[in-house]
Design a protein around this ligand. Structure first.
Ligand code: M6R
Length: 591
């Protein structure tokens, strides 16, 4: 969840690390730090609680450096717990969790080591320091052999100016190169504008920057022959925009959907045809917003193809004792492609012999590397922690996948298939709801709780609307099955209680109407989003919001847009930053 960077550059090394850290900040923003190594002068260190911008100031001198932006796991967000951590001749930054850090810490304390932080990471730099007998790389390898858990690290050694060593196990790490700088980094977009060629490391590999070149090594210390690829312009993220990233990313939804449609329609599905046609059982795994997309996929496949899909949040997948095996299909959905829970679910599925299809936004991600077949959406970089355009694009990929499944089974596409091309325009039309959503956010600015109600596919949209509201506006919200309300939750409704209801399925609109009438009778203020003005009785809602008209099964891809915008407005009106919600990080690379 943290972001790390290491850089060797004769000029502007500090500035380059600072720029990369600013782009990695979506991974965590509890604290930030940079250590520079200057030949003849040793280390210069700056680290602080809070945002990367706290590291601004006169650049620290040095030709090699490492930087870190933290999402706190072990130890509070304090200056002392901020990385880099030092010991003797070494400085280290770490992303991941060292699961055996307590026993290592006890062992090191018994040997007389004293710790300056509460982090698990500090044990690594102590182990490296104790293993050092003059060979930097060998010390890092020896220390890594003692670690259990996940890590991506970057290390400096004052005996070796101009060198940075990185290691990867379970947390992402890439090498990047340009004419003027060599890097290791947590992701590719962070090297925007400064690395023309990149090469991801695999688990168990080491990256050594020394003598002006980048080398990869395996666990045994043997050099690996790896290929660098050119960084595509799409991988390059912007760092500053007017307004927030979340607003900008919502505005990009129609374009992102159009790009993704183009991508998925030009993909050759032949490599997964067999799995789509004959899978004994279909599983969908994901976390958070991506899980809501997986749930929509499950409903659509069930309704269109008639196949049952078992949807499980990734963190539960391993413990659910599912009878998964050869002949089964697993669809793993993840914007980042680095979510640890999803990766673990996929590793288990692959081990059992299932065919894995990844739906991700990052072509070079670990998920894409693990999967048998990847569908890469073209949402573009998503910087705000709250997922918006990536959700809409995940749905596009999953609709397309469901349609392919239908095609491989029946030689015919579903009736809604051609309407996929209407999605970009419909997404744009959904922006017409924004003035009403803005007014609603102002009206409900001080609400302490909200309910989002829906049935069937609308329930998935309701759940996503509630998640966005909790995540960035810090208002407790629940996405709830409209029909379940009367079985307990109705007790929460009192005068003025905000209820957002979705009703996009005409055949069950009257059932949703019952739940709204029950809520209104108890004093709830009800806003109803629907594509048809006639579908519901006038009296069951206080406000109506008209959605664009599409085949019902495609409605989740556009019905969510007003809710994304509503959450963003609510957040801004309550005085929070939608791009950096408290306690969270964009990429959850710890279990
Ligand atoms: O990168 P992923 O799609 O795997 O991330 C999964 C969740 O962590 C993510 O969707 C999270 O729920 C969002 N921040 C919600 O807006």
């Amino acid at each position: 969840m943290c972001g790390i960077v290491g850089c060797v550059a004769k000029e502007n090394c500090y500035e380059r690390i600072y720029a990369a850290l600013s782009r990695l900040e979506y991974r965590g923003y509890d604290s930030a730090g940079i250590a520079m190594l200057q030949e003849g002068a040793g280390f210069h260190l700056r680290k602080k609680r809070g945002y990367v911008s706290n590291l601004k100031g006169r650049p620290l001198a040095g030709e090699a450096g490492i930087g870190h932006t933290r999402w706190a796991t072990h130890g509070k967000p304090t200056d002392a717990n901020a990385h880099p951590h030092g010991c003797g001749k070494f400085m280290l930054v770490h992303n991941g969790i060292i699961e055996n850090y307590l026993s290592l810490k006890e062992e090191l304390c018994a040997q007389g080591e004293q710790f300056a932080s509460e982090t698990d990471s500090e044990v690594i730099v102590k182990l490296i320091s104790r293993a050092y007998t003059g060979d930097f790389f060998s010390a890092v390898r020896t220390a890594c052999r003692r670690l259990r858990g996940s890590y991506a690290i970057a290390v400096l050694c004052s005996d070796h100016p101009g060198e940075v060593i990185g290691a990867r196990q379970g947390s992402p790490l890439v090498a990047g190169a340009s004419d003027t700088a060599l890097y290791i980094c947590s992701d590719i977009p962070a090297l925007c504008g400064d690395a023309d060629y990149i090469c991801p490391a695999s688990d168990g590999e080491f990256i050594c920057i020394r003598d002006g070149k980048i080398q990869f090594f395996d666990e045994a210390g043997s050099e690996l022959c790896k290929c660098f690829t050119r960084v595509l312009p799409e991988s390059r993220a912007e760092t500053s925009v007017s307004g927030t990233f979340m607003e900008k990313e919502i505005a990009q939804i129609p374009r992102a959907i159009a790009d993704t449609l183009q991508g998925v329609s030009s993909l050759d599905y032949a490599p997964c045809a067999r799995a789509l046609r004959a899978a004994k059982c279909v599983y969908a795994v994901a976390c958070g917003t991506a899980f809501h997309a997986a749930l929509v996929f499950g409903d659509v496949v069930q309704n269109t193809v008639g196949a049952h899909v078992v949807c499980t949040v990734s963190s539960e997948f391993r413990y659910a004792n599912l009878p998964i095996g050869v002949g089964d299909l697993v669809v793993a959905v993840s914007q980042s492609g680095e979510t640890a829970d999803t990766l673990e679910a996929v590793r288990l599925a692959a081990k059992r012999g299932a065919f894995v299809i990844a739906v991700t936004n990052i072509a070079h991600s670990t998920l894409a590397a693990l999967a048998d077949f990847s569908i890469v959406m073209r949402a573009g970089p998503e910087i705000a922690v709250a997922a918006t355009k990536s959700y809409n694009c995940q749905l596009v990929c999953l609709y397309y996948l469901a349609a392919q499944m239908q095609y491989f089974r029946t030689q015919a596409y579903p009736v809604w298939f051609l309407s996929l091309r209407d999605l970009p325009a419909a997404a744009e039309a959904a922006f017409d709801c924004f003035p009403q959503m803005s007014a609603l956010a102002a009206k409900w600015k001080d609400a302490r709780g909200m309910l989002f109600l829906g049935r069937s596919l609308d329930l998935r949209t309701a759940a996503e609307g509630a998640l966005k509201t909790k995540e960035i506006a810090y208002v407790f919200a629940e996405g709830y099955a409209a029909g379940e309300l009367k079985h307990g939750t109705l007790a929460l409704i009192e005068e003025g209680f905000p209820v957002v209801a979705l009703s996009t399925r005409r055949d069950i609109a009257s059932k949703t109407e019952n739940a709204l009438a029950e809520s209104k009778a108890r004093g709830a203020q009800v806003v109803l989003l629907s594509q048809s003005e006639e579908s519901l009785n006038e009296s069951c809602a206080d406000f109506r919001i008209r959605l664009p008209n599409l085949p019902e099964c495609l409605m989740p891809a556009v019905a969510v847009i007003p809710l994304q915008y509503f959450a963003c407005r609510l957040c801004l009106l309550r005085g929070y930053d939608p791009d950096k919600p408290r306690n969270l990080a964009k990429s959850v690379t710890v279990e």
